[in-house]
Design a protein around this ligand. Structure first.
Ligand SMILES: Cc1cc2nc3c(=O)[nH]c(=O)nc-3n(C[C@H](O)[C@H](O)[C@H](O)COP(=O)(O)O)c2cc1C
Length: 329
């Protein structure tokens, strides 16, 4: 081997040099994040501000879709959201807040239907309607579904199949999920593509009490965590990637997770993807408490349970198709 090749190998694989190169990459990423992440100057950027409002709007919609939703839940949050919607339309008068307005309307109707009138929210909502003219009424809030129809759709052509999957927060507790179906779904999801076929994904299967402990740690499924029977923590092995591919494991792991969600749906199981996007210290704690190797990055948790015969879901309105593409000529 020539001296030049030896030197190249040394530079490529030496840990100290790698640390320096990664620091440079991290610095470049930090500059981009500092400028573009939602947290940076949120109130003066329409897209960032709208994202914050959408997250909070969706939290209300999600709340209504929980099986045991508390009547009258979340009033302070809804009032705070309405205040910020006022601020948003004052700053960005041409922007649409149709989705938020329709979700709040459904929230008021949902609670009124359960005997909770919420006069303060109603009055503030009516003021909002005076300040903002609704453009397109949207079918948002919750949707009531029948499992018999879902089961049929889950075996139909892909367009019907994929549209019949929803995130479930209203699980059935009478039927026991068969472990064989979990393994069968993982077996199917192995077909997910990965860069250079590296197949870095792994599902850590937590059952019963262990699942509830993980779901409690996750924190985004309060009110329905105990109705799930399994929690699958999907991770990806970062040892298979190199310096230019620092984020590739999230792509490959994410593709596997999506394929697993579809496979579980195909098997007739109710699922919900749950975030594992934490700051570093919480990720470290998760690895320690749940025995996850330090070289695996968490992708997401998939909560798994049984369907009820009749269940409700959050609609989670999708943007029009034109918002999903742009043409380059
Ligand atoms: C990566 C990821 C993380 C999510 N985390 C949560 C969560 O912590 N809690 C929750 O209730 N829903 C969570 N969801 C579910 C989303 O709210 C849901 O996918 C979205 O509203 C679209 O609805 P659908 O899955 O019913 O089509 C998550 C979804 C994804 C993809």
């Amino acid at each position: 081997m020539s001296l030049k090749d030896k030197l190249r190998l040394f530079v490529r694989h030496n840990r100290v040099i790698l640390f320096g190169r990664l620091m440079f990459e991290a610095l470049c990423e930090t500059c981009s994040h500092t400028k573009h992440l939602g947290a940076a100057d949120m109130l003066s950027d329409e897209v960032k501000f709208a994202a914050d409002l959408r997250i909070r709007t969706h939290a209300i919609e999600k709340g209504m879709s929980i099986g045991s939703a508390r009547v009258g839940f979340g009033q302070p949050k809804v009032l705070a959201l309405i205040d910020d919607l006022f601020l948003f339309i004052r700053k960005f008068p041409t922007a649409s807040i149709d989705e938020a307005v329709c979700v709040i309307e459904r929230y008021i109707a949902y609670n009124a239907g359960r005997g909770c009138d919420m006069p303060e929210v109603k009055a503030r909502y009516e003021q909002l309607l005076k300040a903002y003219k609704l453009r397109t009424p949207l079918n948002v809030g919750i949707r009531e579904l029948k499992y018999s129809e879902t089961a049929e759709a889950a075996q139909a052509s892909f367009d019907v199949f994929s549209h019949s999957r929803y995130s479930i927060r209203d699980f059935g507790t009478d039927t026991v999920v068969d472990f064989k179906d979990i393994i069968g779904a993982i077996d199917m999801a192995r077909k997910a593509p990965s860069a250079c076929n590296r197949q870095p994904a792994r599902a850590h299967i937590f059952k019963g009490e262990a699942a509830h402990k993980l779901l409690d740690f996750q924190g985004g499924c309060k009110g329905f965590a105990n109705d799930m029977q399994y929690a699958l923590l999907v991770t990806a092995d970062m040892r298979q990637y190199f310096i230019n591919e620092r984020h590739q494991m999230y792509v490959d792991g994410g593709l596997f997770a999506m394929e697993l969600l579809f496979s579980l749906h195909y098997k007739g199981l109710a699922t919900i993807p749950l975030t594992t996007s934490y700051k570093s210290m919480k990720t470290r704690r998760m690895r320690k408490e749940f025995d996850i190797p330090s070289y695996e990055v968490p992708i997401m948790i998939i909560g798994v349970g049984a369907f009820k015969d009749e269940y409700k879901v959050a609609v989670s309105h999708r943007n029009p198709v034109e918002d999903y593409y742009c043409e380059h000529h």
